[in-house]
Write a protein that binds this ligand. Structure first.
Ligand code: DSN
Length: 421
């Protein structure tokens, strides 16, 4: 094994992405300016502790970067306090649980089939903290929390924390209503905004902090423009608890090269976020409508299918999520199978649905007309209207015009593996 073999594998991966339609709802592209930070010396350094109170010397410039990251985060999300050190969304959620709960507390969260993230459940971070998890009553048709039933149940079980936010998220969640219930029983409210962070930043989605959540966690690389890491924004009175939970709680070093990348992504978001977020939601809506018109069972019909970057489709009549996702992969359309609200958790090998995210293709400049063509390509593959090879060629052709990263200060090639000289 020598380095060039690894580079060859990366080249092949990059070519595959360049010729495919990327629709995984949790992924996005970073501009070349952001990527430049990855290879900087910052990636070799440590900066434990707070700005100005580090445990290592040599952090003068790192402090400047982290200060910028904190200030920009507060500005973008209108937050009283921000911690930019969590290295992933799960890490941010663990820190929030440490800050807001004690071992043995009961929390309410959305179940995984109803869209909740695994870290909100006993199998992952919530369990690690020793929390008891009770799931919100859910309205499957509205694809949202049933507020009345939640109020009734919450008065009975008196959770210490309400966790909002989801991995399958089509609509705004009832933050204000949950805040009222929380006030009544003396509970905290946190919102995991990982999926919708870029839409919140672009003012195209609810800002949970303005609607009553005291803590908002979120990974920075789904609808947001950043590298893979996370933030926690919160009310001032929780700042010390949150900071302590992050360090020394769950983070030691916090990957300073991607922290610098995050600062650049945040400036891109301030400059281009509104236009981008609006287009993301328009694209998702249009794709949902086109699929619906082609006869697909798109979730959330009564509420206009989606208010986010996501579209969810019940594909049981086409063999289920596993079969459909694999079929689409054959033609270069990359998305994931997904549990839907009525699925038992043990159906995850072949769940009822697929989840589609349009944020990456929006960053590549696709608009409503492309959504129509995309729906046709998806339909062609799912219903096997042509050979997979023939559809693959059509996908490549369609893809050719969308290889540049938009909504950034300098447009750059999306899928190039750069040489470093
Ligand atoms: N499970 C990821 C997703 O939503 O795709 C997030 O961690």
């Amino acid at each position: 094994m020598n380095p060039s073999e690894v580079f060859e594998i990366i080249e092949k991966h990059t070519k595959m992405m360049d010729e495919s339609i990327p629709l995984i709802a949790s992924e996005n592209l970073t501009s070349l300016a952001v990527r430049r930070c990855y290879v900087s010396d910052l990636g070799h350094r440590y900066a434990e502790g707070k700005v100005g109170e580090r445990f290592y010397e040599g952090c003068k410039y790192v402090d400047e970067i982290e200060e910028l990251a904190v200030e920009l985060t507060k500005k973008i999300f209108e937050a009283e306090h921000a911690n930019v050190q969590p290295i992933s969304g799960v890490v941010a959620n663990i820190a929030a649980f440490f800050a807001l709960t004690d071992v043995g507390d009961t929390i309410m969260s959305i179940s995984v089939p109803c869209g909740g993230h695994i870290s909100h459940d006993t199998v992952s971070a919530a369990g690690l903290r020793g929390l008891k998890v009770v799931h919100y009553p859910f309205d499957n048709e509205a694809v949202n929390i049933d507020v009345d039933e939640t109020a009734r149940l919450a008065r009975e079980i008196r959770p210490k924390l309400f966790v909002l936010g989801s991995s399958l998220i089509l609509f705004r969640q009832p933050v204000e209503e949950i805040r009222e219930i929380a006030n009544e029983i003396g509970a905290h409210v946190m919102y995991d905004a990982s999926h919708v962070l870029g839409l919140i930043a672009g003012r195209a989605f609810q800002n949970p902090l303005k609607e009553g959540a005291e803590v908002m966690t979120g990974s920075t690389h789904k609808t947001f423009f950043g590298p893979q890491r996370a933030i926690i924004a919160c009310r001032k009175e929780l700042s010390e608890r949150v900071d302590r939970a992050v360090f020394p709680g769950v983070v030691s070093n916090h990957h300073l090269n991607t922290l610098a990348g995050y600062v650049i992504a945040a400036t891109e978001m301030i400059e281009f976020g509104r236009e981008y977020a609006k287009q993301v939601v328009r694209n998702a809506k249009r794709l949902a409508e086109e699929l619906y018109n082609l006869g697909y069972k798109v979730l959330g019909e009564k509420a206009g299918f989606t208010e986010t970057h996501q579209v969810a489709v019940d594909v049981r009549e086409h063999g289920g999520g596993e079969e459909v996702a694999k079929k689409l992969e054959k033609v270069g359309i990359i998305l994931n199978k997904n549990l839907l609200p009525w699925d038992p958790i043990d159906k995850s090998a072949n769940p009822s649905g697929i989840r589609i995210g349009v944020q990456e293709i929006t960053r590549l400049g696709m608009k409503e007309d492309e959504m129509k063509r995309l729906a046709e390509l998806i339909d062609m593959a799912v219903r096997e209207k042509k050979s997979f090879e023939a559809i693959r060629e059509e996908v490549k052709e369609f893809r050719k015009d969308f290889r540049v990263i938009k909504y950034s200060f300098k447009e750059s090639e999306a899928y190039r593996f750069p040489e470093l000289k």
